[in-house]
Design a protein around this ligand. Structure first.
Ligand code: PRT
Length: 87
């Protein structure tokens, strides 16, 4: 099963090797403004799922928020350690 670190490593490798068909590469190419909108969209979906949907749907939306947050971290050149400093 993936966790925060293993997903981040996978996405970092995608960003470096730029494989054909990678959604991560496509999202990175759209830039910080686009990724930011995806984060806001997913955050709203997390809220709606928590309030009105099942625990499984909430968990799925939360995973998508983490994914887009990690794409933004890569776009900005930040590592998990840069974030953990503030936890
Ligand atoms: N975990 C994720 C992940 N979570 C969310 N997403 C993306 O975020 C979108 C969110 O889905 P929604 O249904 O909420 O959004 P949507 O509005 O219907 O979809 P869009 O029209 O916005 O694409 C998905 O369509 C994916 O594009 C993800 N894309 C990839 N991953 C993982 O990231 C890794 C690398 O993926 P690739 O770069 O595509 O190879 C793989 O392990 C994937 O499983």
């Amino acid at each position: 099963m993936k966790n925060f670190e293993s997903l981040f490593a996978e996405l970092t490798e995608k960003a470096e090797t730029r494989p054909e068909g990678s959604g991560t590469v496509a999202e990175l190419d759209q830039g910080v403004h686009f990724i930011g909108k995806k984060i806001v969209e997913e955050a709203a979906e997390v809220w709606m799922a928590a309030e009105f949907q099942s625990d499984a749907e909430f968990a799925e939306e939360a995973s998508q928020l983490i994914y887009h947050l990690q794409v933004m971290m890569i776009a900005k050149g930040l590592t998990p350690e840069d974030i953990y400093t503030y936890l």
